[in-house]
Structures are given as C-alpha cells and as structure tokens.
Design a protein around this ligand. Sequence first.
Ligand code: GLV
Length: 383
Amino acid sequence: MGANLEIADLKKLARRRVPKMFFDYADSGAWTEGTYRANETDFSRIKLRQRILVDMTNRSLASEMIGQPVSMPVALSPTGLTGMQHADGEMLAAQAAEEAGVPFTLSTMSICSIEDVASVTTKPFWFQLYVMKDRDFVINLIDRAKAAKCSALVLTLDLQILGQRHKDIRNGLSAPPKFTPKHIWQMATRPGWCLKMLGTQRRTFRNIVGHAKSVTDLSSLSAWTAEQFDPKLSWNDVAWIKERWGGPLILKGILDPEDARMALSTGADAIIVSNHGGRQLDGAHSSIAMLPRIVDAVGDKIEVHMDGGIRSGQDVLKAVALGAKGTYIGRPFLYGLGAGGKQGVTTALEIIRKEMDITMALCGKRDIKTIDGSIIAENPFAV
Ligand code: GLV
C-alpha cells in the first residue's frame, strides 16, 4: 500500500478506490459540515507540554474500557454501510480490531450481519443499537447480539431523525446502489472495488433485511430511517433496553452536561461524548470542546468516552488527558478499509498507536494510565 504515514494518506487512497457515493457517505457531515470540521480543527487548538530528560523506556498504552482490557484506549466506532467501503468490510475491520486488541463496534446499519461478524471473530465485539418503532425487531436485535456473545451494547441516542447530509442526497446514496448511468459510472471507475463486491453476497443491510417485518427494500436510507426510527425514544426506553440486554451498556451521543447528568440514573456503564461525527446537529460544539464540561459534570460518577474528529494518536492522547477513559475512531478506520481492506484498518490502527506512543514519550510519560491534564499546556475549552 505504499508509504502510509498518516490517516490523511489512507483518506487519499480511499478516495481513489471507493465509489464516490460511499466515500462521500463516510466523509460527510450535516448541512454546512461546520461541526464535522470543528471536531477535527478543535483538537489542534489544544497544546501539549514538551518535557525532557525523563526515562522513556518500557512505555505502555494498554488500559481498560468498561473494565475490558484494550491494547490502547481506541475502539472502532459503529459506522453505517461499512461493507460498502470494501466488500465484507465489517468482517475485515472486526478481524483487524481483534488482532490489534481493541474493541470493534458493529452498527445496526451494517452490511455484514451480527452473525456474519461473529462467524469470523474469536473474541466478543460490541454491538450498536438503533431503536426502531418495531419493538419486536429491536428485541430481536438485542437477543441476536446476546446470542453472538457481544460484550457491550452501545445505544445511540442522537439519531431519532436523520441529519440532512447534502452529499448523500446529491449522490442518490443507497445500498445496494442503484443502476443509473451516474451510479454505474461511479462504480465502473473503481474496478478493484467492483471485483471484490461481485465476490460477496453481502450488499445490503443484513441485520435488517429478512429480520424486520415487511422490509424488503432499504434502498433509500433516509426514507427508511424516517419511517422506522422511533422519534419518541425517551429515557424510559433506556431502562427496558438495559433490562433486556442485561450486560454492559454504553450510551452514545451525549453532548450536553445536563443530558450527561440524566444519563447517570440509567445505570449505564459509560457515556460517549459525541455529535455523531458532525452528521446530526450541525452548529453544535465539537466533541473535544464539550468533553471537559461533561467530565466536570459526571466524570467522577461514570466512565466518559468520546468520539469525533480523532485523526491521530495525538488526538487520542489529548482526549485521554481531558478525562476520556476511551475514544472511538470512525472515519480513520473507514479510510483504511477503503484504501486496503483488512490491512488498511490495521495500518490505520498502527499509525494511531505509533503517534500516541511517541507523543506520550515526548510529553515525558510512559504509561497511558498516568495521563492527565498535566500534559496539556493550553486548552481553550478548559472548564
Ligand atoms: C448513521 O449512523 C449515519 O450517521 O449515517
């Protein structure tokens, strides 16, 4: 795959290898994409403290997320349509994550199903749940995740309705793709992608088709979401979902200290500070800007994780320094997947691991578990 030294290299490659509609799906935010951009740029406003002449031997990035050992505090985010970035994408990414010793989170809106991913992995992965109006289907999804021995349920709370993403609308995004001249052209110019896609049966939402009643055509994601996702979802629903699941529960999509405080009474194991990668409420603060306020509000009572904007190991370290016990990467692993399948995801994780390790050392630290606000020189988002 050539010299891929940073996540931006993988992004460039993915753009060349993945049909435009799917590359754009990953690389899009809602409306003006202002929050999507802020997620990335706000990280660079936080400055690190350079320290010298400290022993840098025996460094360790190993830690824990919800009590589960991780080789570094970086999980793979649940991302929709991952199997459209590369054939069998979720299965390959889950294998890469397993080998790297980090959690993989399978999205409800995945192409490969829970059972597909379970069939190619040996360690438990995490499952992300969207709540649809069809409660029987939701219960069935929870039970399938249990049967597959998933070791955490990640409940997404910020997508009861879908944010408007202009690229997807303009591209006429669907899975499987439509066969209009525009879509055929987008695929024909990516022959490697096509060849691999022809070699798999997994080309639509396999957690849903054949499981949810009367769902045969999911071709329009936005129409299906509008019809099926439950806009009445409330805190009360979190209670029955937790009860039915019975295992570790992570609440994803909390961006406000007041919501974080409300999350405490659910008994969840962790919350993820997230604005859905800038894909939902454009105009909201970046995740890293809100992290200190949320840690300040609830950090001593519940484990706080964050996602959004992480493009380097330095970003992970900054999030950990500001109180995140764990972080998630979405686009960085999708770019890796689009660029080079399983090896590309491995490369993305290695890039992040190396950046984190070197940065930690140059900040004068040897163990990720000792990282705190003392490595930060300046933080415009400090409480
Ligand atoms: C779905 O989760 C999306 O953000 O597209």
